[in-house]
Design a protein around this ligand. Structure first.
Ligand code: HEM
Length: 147
């Protein structure tokens, strides 16, 4: 019965809105029949059970996407602004941020900065080395001149 979750329970409070219900993708996936049809579009969860028979594009296409993320199919059709407006009446909540995270590429940034750090190391080491060699060279040539 408990289908929605508090956002914080996923261990990630980032972008959480206490007034929004969050659903895990596994919960959405269970609603994949004509008796109960949920789908995700742009990270939002819609209960479209009562819309199935009203859909101008037919019931079949909706059932094919039932319980899944239908963002791509929805966009591929090029739905009108009216169709987008209709979505609001079936909105029941958002996908839990923990389920969205890998898609957003949240893990990419740290690895990016790690890569750029190692780039710096590649730059700095040869420069410091060259400066040291220069000093040593001057030191030895100065010694030779004085003796
Ligand atoms: C709950 C989400 C959806 C709503 C509210 C919705 C609404 C509509 C509406 C109002 C139309 C009439 C044309 C327009 O105004 O754009 C339409 C057509 C159509 N929809 Fe959806 N739709 C939804 C999801 C989907 C999905 C997931 C598919 C995936 C395949 C789909 C496929 C189609 C097709 C094939 C047409 C017919 C287009 C045509 O004949 O030109 N729809 N839909």
């Amino acid at each position: 019965m408990a289908t929605s979750e508090a956002c914080g329970s996923g261990g990630n409070d980032e972008g959480c809105d206490p007034s929004v219900k969050y659903y895990r993708l596994e919960e959405v996936a269970k609603r994949n029949s004509a008796e109960e049809t949920w789908m995700v579009i742009h990270g939002r969860v819609y209960n479209i059970t009562r819309f199935l028979s009203e859909h101008p594009g037919g019931e079949e296409v909706l059932l094919e996407q039932a319980g899944a993320d239908a963002t791509e199919s929805f966009e591929d059709v090029g739905h009108s602004p009216d169709a987008r407006e209709m979505l609001k009446q079936y909105y029941i909540g958002d996908v839990h941020p923990s389920d969205l995270k890998p898609k957003k590429g949240g893990n990419k940034d740290p690895s990016k900065s790690r890569t750029s750090k190692s780039c710096w190391a590649y730059w700095i080491l040869p420069i410091v080395g060259a400066i040291l060699v220069g000093f040593l060279y001057r030191h030895f040539t100065a010694d030779n001149k004085s003796s």
